[in-house]
Design a binder for this molecule. Structure first.
Ligand SMILES: [Zn+2]
Length: 71
């Protein structure tokens, strides 16, 4: 199963648009990558984007979000 979510504030290196980058993870293979929904640009091992990631993300409707509360 592939999980996808938008990364707020991320800019596509190829088309230079903002808020078009989705972070994707295949839970079967543990493969992570990012893709641009505007131009289709894909990038493996998105360390740079992951480092820039912050909590303000837009969830897809079919996405399951697991929230853990710390006590
Ligand atoms: Zn793009």
């Amino acid at each position: 199963m592939i999980k996808k979510r938008f990364i707020a504030g991320a800019t596509c290196k190829q088309c230079q648009k903002q808020d078009v980058i989705r972070w994707c993870k295949d839970s079967d293979s543990d493969h992570e990558w990012t893709e641009c929904v505007s131009c289709g640009h894909r990038e493996d091992r998105p360390n740079e984007v992951m480092a820039a990631e912050h909590p303000e993300t837009k969830e897809d409707n079919d996405m399951v979000q697991i929230v853990t509360f710390k006590r």
